[in-house]
Every structure is written in structure tokens, then in C-alpha cells.
Design a protein around this ligand. Structure first.
Ligand code: C2E
Ligand code: MG
Ligand code: MG
Ligand code: MG
Length: 283
């Protein structure tokens, strides 16, 4: 009896797996077409100086809405593109669009762009990125690349080389989602980063949970000692800002300052929030 039930369960699971694989292939096809037809878009979220709330740069975040599938999260389609071997094509399109948008921002603002872990295993990544930037005409010194701890771990030697080639051209490197995943403080000693982004998981509880507050305090102190800039991710409440300001956190990002919005809305954001921005003169 139990044997039969076991078999029935296996059948149910394999049907679910088959359906999931079918959906993944459906997303893959649609995404490949979207890249070709230029339908994948990029939005921008402000990263601000906590001290005075002045915007310092924007993080580019991939956005894709398919006619049949609806909105698909980058947390779904980026890993899929990695698995199915076309992350380079996707990332290239996104970087080109993001860099083009950044050309109409004030020069002192940076563009932050996410690299996937698969890209850090590919020795061609640094020259791909630099050639896209030079093609668009965006100064590499205005660009930051966000990478995760897991990414630098998987293929440390290649990642090392990619990072130093990019840094040699003035690109800055941020460690994204710090404190989660395969955290190792040794990573901060072995690799050359410019910035650390504290994961939203800590910031969202910073005013209600003492351990989170202490962890954030310790990360900020450590980064000051290591001469790394710090960004707090996922700031949603004014109380978070007060706390982070008191802890001496340099930069912040989150819905409190602004949600990710498209290129046109980003320019409007700058007109409203950036006193030196003379967009009108450019038109
Ligand atoms: P991430 O790089 O850690 O990006 C931050 C995520 O947190 C974004 O989600 C952003 O919309 C969200 N977020 C920002 N502020 C808040 C807040 O105050 N509250 C909450 N609840 N969420 C906030 P998104 O856009 O869905 O992106 C998810 C992940 O997908 C990113 O995490 C990144 O790992 C990846 N991703 C997005 N765009 C790209 C891309 O162009 N290339 C690569 N390789 N990965 C990307
Ligand atoms: Mg990021
Ligand atoms: Mg992050
Ligand atoms: Mg994340």
C-alpha cells in the first residue's frame, strides 16, 4: 500500500518537474526573442548620500514584460539566461542601454551594474564590458560593477583577473548582498573591492531587532577600517535613515529614496532632486 502511494507521489513530482521545465523553456524562448527585438528594458534606482540625501548614482535593474508571460522578475530570468548559456547576450544589451542612459546624467553620477556569477567565470568578460562602454562612450570611471560573494568564490582566479583588469581602467567594484549567502570575511581581504552593499535582510530589521543593528554597526566599522565605502540596501522607512546616519553609514538605497524607474522617469527624478542638473540645456 505504502509502495503504491510512493509511486503515485513520484508521478506527481515528475509531472511538476516536467511542467517547470516546460515553463523554463517557454521563458527561455520568449527571452531570447526579447533580446533580439530589444524588448528587455533597464530601470534605475537612486543610490544616495545618507548625510544629506543627495543622489550619487543609480543602480541599473533589468525589467522585462512579455505579452504572454506578463512581468518576469530578473531574479528568475537572469539565472535562467546563465543556465542556458546566453547571459552574455542579455548582459550586453542591458549594459549598452544602461550606459546610453547614463550619458544624459550629470557627469559626477555613477552607473552601477550587476554582473552575474557566470560572467565572473568567463575570462572574456572584462574586454566585453570595456568595449561596450567605449562603444557607447561612457567613461569607465563612472561605472561600478556589483558582484556577489558566491560569484567570486566559484572561480576565484578568473574572477581575480577580471576584477583587476576592470579596476585598471577605473571601473569600481561593489560587493552586493553582503552578509548573506556564502559569507566569508576573508573575501574582503583577498579581493579588491571599492564598496560593500549591506543586504536588505539586515536593514529591514535594523530598528526593530538589536542583533541586526549590531551586525550593521560592525559591518560599517569594519568597512571604515578597510577603507571601503558602504551602501545600505532596502531602506524603506525614515527611521532606518536616522539609525543609519547615527551609525555613520555613507550611502543608502531603497524605496524610501526611490523605486527603480525607467530612463525618462530617472531624468525627471534628477530634475526634482538634483539642483545642478540642467537637462533643459541639453535638449
Ligand atoms: P540586487 O542587485 O540586490 O538588487 C536589489 C533588489 O532589491 C532589486 O530587485 C530592487 O528592486 C530591490 N529593492 C530595492 N530597494 C528595495 C526596498 O526598499 N525594498 C525592497 N523590498 N526591495 C528593494 P529586482 O530589481 O527584482 O532585482 C533582483 C535581483 O536580480 C538583483 O538583486 C540582481 O541580483 C538581479 N538583477 C537585476 N538586474 C540585473 C542585471 O541587469 N544583471 C544581472 N546580472 N542581475 C540583475
Ligand atoms: Mg545589485
Ligand atoms: Mg543587492
Ligand atoms: Mg539581491
Amino acid at each position: 500500500r505504502s509502495k503504491r502511494r510512493g509511486r503515485a507521489q513520484i508521478t506527481v513530482y515528475s509531472t511538476e518537474i516536467a511542467q517547470e521545465m516546460k515553463r523554463a523553456t517557454q521563458i527561455e524562448q520568449a527571452l531570447r526573442n526579447a533580446i533580439i527585438s530589444d524588448a528587455v528594458d533597464v530601470h534605475f534606482q537612486p543610490i544616495v548620500r545618507i548625510r544629506d540625501g543627495v543622489v550619487a548614482g543609480f543602480e541599473a535593474l533589468a525589467r522585462w514584460r512579455d505579452a504572454d508571460l506578463g512581468f518576469v522578475s530578473p531574479a528568475v530570468f537572469v539565472p535562467l539566461a546563465e543556465e542556458r548559456g546566453f547571459i552574455d547576450a542579455l548582459s550586453d544589451t542591458l549594459l549598452r542601454k544602461a550606459a546610453e542612459a547614463a550619458l544624459s546624467w550629470p557627469r559626477e553620477l555613477f552607473l552601477s551594474f550587476n554582473l552575474s556569477s557566470a560572467q565572473l567565470m568567463d575570462p572574456g568578460t572584462s574586454s566585453n564590458i570595456l568595449s561596450t562602454l567605449s562603444h557607447v562612450g561612457l567613461d569607465p570611471r563612472r561605472v561600478e560593477l556589483e558582484i556577489t560573494e558566491t560569484a567570486v568564490m566559484t572561480s576565484a582566479d578568473t574572477a581575480h583577473r577580471i576584477i583587476s583588469e576592470l579596476r585598471a581602467k577605473g571601473v569600481r567594484i561593489s560587493l552586493d548582498d553582503f552578509g548573506t549567502g556564502q559569507s566569508s570575511l576573508g573575501r574582503l581581504r583577498d579581493f579588491t573591492f571599492d564598496k560593500v552593499k549591506i543586504d536588505r535582510a539586515f536593514i529591514s530589521r535594523i530598528t526593530s531587532d538589536r542583533p541586526s543593528e549590531h551586525i550593521v554597526r560592525a559591518i560599517i566599522a569594519m568597512c571604515q577600517g578597510l577603507d571601503l565605502e558602504v551602501v545600505a540596501e532596502g531602506i524603506e522607512e525614515p527611521a532606518d535613515v536616522e539609525m543609519l546616519r547615527a551609525l555613520g553609514c555613507g550611502m543608502g538605497q531603497g524605496y524610501h529614496y526611490g523605486r527603480p524607474v525607467d530612463g525618462a522617469a530617472t531624468l525627471r527624478y534628477l530634475q526634482d532632486h538634483y539642483h545642478d542638473f540642467m537637462a533643459i540645456e541639453r535638449i
